[in-house]
Design a protein around this ligand. Structure first.
Ligand SMILES: Cc1ncc(COP(=O)(O)O)c(C=O)c1O
Length: 407
């Protein structure tokens, strides 16, 4: 038998999606994979029903329907404060997942270094390896998840590149940096000062910043989302990836996008075309309704998630659990250092799903460093689901679960 690609050795299957299967197996409440159990806005569903009868049902323009791109350009120009031409600066993709992969394949040569903050959303490791790049990790240090600018600069500037077979690069430092803001799993929202530090280094060392901003509308007060593309000198070198998945509660529709300079987008159009041909045509049509929503929609989305955050964190308090309050996104990292009698966070998550009936993701799957003390829950769920999870988790405050006796 011929062998499969050596690239596969660089990453495991998704631990997040594996935990969803575990949740299903044990009938646990699934607070692992981040997707809502409530419906999208009714206006979007009405538009979907209409699109079912009126179409389109065939291939759209590969880089996205004209109307979708025009509405998206209008919305993001307003929010990001940069000029976005619907024909030159956008590719519509199958979610931010494809947007990130497209961005990486568009700019990376085999052997290029790509800087990734750790903890990180697990796709980035695989994105780097599949695009032939070498990820270099920079720690975001709990409890504030801040980075040391000197460590970041060393990661960007230093080290030999292209030391593996087939490397093509002649670039001395990193080619790109991946910035997940607001961040999954930590819930960190990067401050203006931090973004300015990153921007200054990106300009100094001539690198792309590839953003993943899928939680751009879920930033809790008083924190604010700042698009790094909006900082001076950054529009040209930022490749902004995001999606409609979280903003309109349509993770299954697979609609995302890349916004970047005309030069990058002309490359990204080619990559995207050969990867997927295009995002689903009738869903693009229906989602235009969401792109036209006014500010009141985004305000009520945030109010809802603020309420859910407070409800769930209140439940964690009652269960006596220690956690980091998120500034954005809809995840919370819980510290299990003092309650985990097993060797690993993975074993604790399996035990929790099977015996307590709540599924979480082992934090170690997000860290490059050897960190075993966190598990991640998400709270994008109906209140009744969250209340049921809280009730189940409340057993953790019982003495028998706080000792090693429950193993
Ligand atoms: C940081 C981050 N990026 C991307 C995604 C996936 O987004 P999409 O559904 O747009 O592919 C997720 C989903 O959980 C995420 O947390």
């Amino acid at each position: 038998m011929p062998e499969t690609s050596i690239k596969l050795e660089g990453f495991t299957e998704s631990v997040i999606r594996m935990m969803t299967r575990v949740a299903n197996e044990y009938g646990a409440i699934n607070l692992s994979q981040g997707f809502p159990d409530f419906d999208p806005p009714p206006a979007i569903l009405d538009a979907l029903a209409k699109a079912a009868y009126e179409g389109p049902h065939q291939y759209e323009v590969t880089w996205g329907s004209q109307l979708f791109r025009e509405k998206l350009a209008a919305k993001q120009t307003r929010l990001m404060g940069i000029e976005i031409d619907p024909d030159k600066n956008i590719v519509v993709t199958c979610g931010s997942t494809e947007a990130m992969m497209t961005a990486m394949l568009t700019v990376c040569n085999p052997g290029d270094k790509v800087v990734v903050f750790s903890p990180f959303y697990e796709n980035y490791g695989a994105d780097a390896i599949l695009s032939g790049a070498d990820p270099v990790f920079v720690p975001l240090v709990p409890p504030t998840f801040t980075f040391d600018p000197a460590v970041l600069e060393a990661a960007i500037a230093g080290g030999a590149c292209g030391d593996h077979a087939g490397a093509l690069t002649d670039k001395a430092g990193a080619k790109a940096l991946i910035l997940c803001n607001p961040s999954n799993p930590s819930g960190k929202v990067f401050t203006k000062e931090e973004l300015e530090t990153i921007a200054a280094l990106a300009i100094k060392y001539d690198l792309f910043v590839i953003t993943d901003e899928v939680y751009e509308h879920i930033v809790y007060k008083p924190y604010k989302h700042i698009y790094i593309a909006s900082l001076p000198g950054m529009a040209e070198r930022t490749i902004s990836c995001s999606s409609l998945s979280k903003t309109y509660s349509i993770t299954g529709w697979r609609l995302g996008y890349v916004i970047a300079s005309e030069a990058v987008i002309s490359g990204a159009k080619k990559v995207h075309d050969f990867l997927t041909v295009g995002a689903p045509a009738p869903l693009q049509k229906a989602a235009v309704t969401g792109l036209e929503f006014g500010d009141d929609y985004y305000e009520s989305l945030l109010d809802e998630y603020t309420r859910k955050k407070n409800l769930f964190l209140g439940g964690l308090d009652e269960a006596g659990l220690t956690y980091y309050e998120p500034q954005g996104a809809y995840y919370v990292l819980v510290d299990i250092e003092n309650i985990n009698p097993f060797e690993t966070d993975g074993e604790y998550c399996l035990w929790l799903a099977k015996n307590v009936g709540v599924a979480a993701v082992p934090g170690s799957s997000f860290f490059k460093e050897d960190v075993n003390r966190y598990i991640r829950f998400h709270f994008a769920k109906k209140d009744e689901t969250l209340r049921a999870a809280i009730e189940r988790l409340s057993v953790l405050k019982n003495e028998k679960y706080s000792s090693t006796s429950f193993k």
